[in-house]
Design a binder for this molecule. Sequence first.
Ligand code: ATP
Ligand code: MG
Length: 257
Amino acid sequence: MAHVFCIANQKGGVGKTTSAVNLAAALAVLKRRVLLIDLDPQGNGTMGCGIEKRNLRSSVYELLLETASFDEVVCHAEACGFDVLPANRELAGAEVELATVERRTLRLKMALAPVLDRYDYVLIDCPPSLSFLTLNALCAADGVIIPMQCEYYALEGLTDMVASIKRVHKDMNRKLRIVALLRVMFDQRITLQQQVSAQLYKHFGEKVFATVIPRNVRLAEAPSYGLPGVIYDKSSKGSKAYVACANELIERIEAKE
Ligand code: ATP
Ligand code: MG
């Protein structure tokens, strides 16, 4: 049965999509069966796996509204080594349409239930908000991986995220927990980043991944080639860091099985 994790942080541009796509690719390199779900109408995760978001047959939007089946929506990202549930701007409409349907926060969970035995890991790339879409991800997941930049306002944003996770845990999904905090675009030479890092350890202890993802231009270039950095340039520092991070995730999760 798959472990389902969302990659979430309501702050924008903190490296959610880069982390989701590259962790998916790294887990696939490490021989795990992976499904990446793009739950952001921006469709960045979809494009980052080489899938053209403008001419999708169907997308995760139809899956949530139950007008297409999982097998109709899923794509295999050949060069990346994993499956993708793609998204495009159509998904923004789901926000409104889901508002009036029954069990509106459980649509993703219900859609995934029949296919969980096909994968080892399901990673959900969330939009930068605490919307119905993110709520669907939090209800479908066993845990959350929070990517963050070690900046001055990061801890404040984190407090909101943790509060939302606690609320969902209490009212909607008793399985949900924080799996890890991942420090991204990290620069060891910057004192502020070391200070924020120390604060993170103080509050979250072992939840903080020992691996940090450095700022690395190869990771930023890779999406324009429709590839995860891990595949585009596997010898780059950023790529190696995501593989190390995937190994750390596997150790944490599979040691308990
Ligand atoms: P959004 O909230 O809009 O969905 P996001 O949290 O998914 O954003 P990304 O799209 O992953 O964030 O990253 C934001 C920008 O930072 C992108 O241009 C990406 O290429 C760049 N970026 C992410 N991680 C790194 C890194 N480690 N080194 C260099 N650039 C990075
Ligand atoms: Mg994103």
